[in-house]
Design a protein around this ligand. Structure first.
Ligand SMILES: [Zn+2]
Length: 132
């Protein structure tokens, strides 16, 4: 794990424990994520993050709305996967960023308790994951 992802992890934990973001935390996040933080904040503000929760396992995946006019939604895991183009291009291929704006929005919304929770059966969740 890189130093910057460790720093990011510490900040997310702190935000989770208080449910709010201080100015200092915001500057650190901005330093780490740059423009993507603003994009992610816009997504969270428009309630664009759903957490699809499988029952009874409690396993979950995020479904995050994109910013284009078509408003497509991307499935993602906050830590290590997003189905969007930028994830494969900027993160997997070029290794330039820690995560895409959808992952960032998912992490931000879950730290702040701002996700829309959608409960499904574990079978439905498995079916959904099998299509990724
Ligand atoms: Zn993405």
């Amino acid at each position: 794990m890189s130093a910057s992802s460790l720093v990011a992890e510490a900040v997310w934990k702190a935000i989770e424990s208080t449910g709010s973001v201080t100015d200092d935390q915001l500057s650190i996040l901005h330093f780490l994520f740059g423009k993507n933080l603003e994009r992610a904040t816009r997504i969270v503000d428009q309630r664009g993050v759903k957490r699809v929760l499988g029952e009874p396992s409690g396993r979950s995946i995020f479904q995050v709305v994109g910013e284009s006019r078509r408003k497509e939604e991307y499935f993602c895991f906050a830590e290590h996967y997003c189905a969007c183009y930028s994830f494969f291009y900027d993160i997997v291929n070029r290794g330039e960023q820690l995560c895409c704006k959808h992952q960032l929005a998912a992490r931000l919304a879950s730290s702040l308790g701002a996700c829309i929770e959608v409960k499904v059966s574990d079978e439905q969740l498995a079916l959904l994951l099998s299509k990724l």
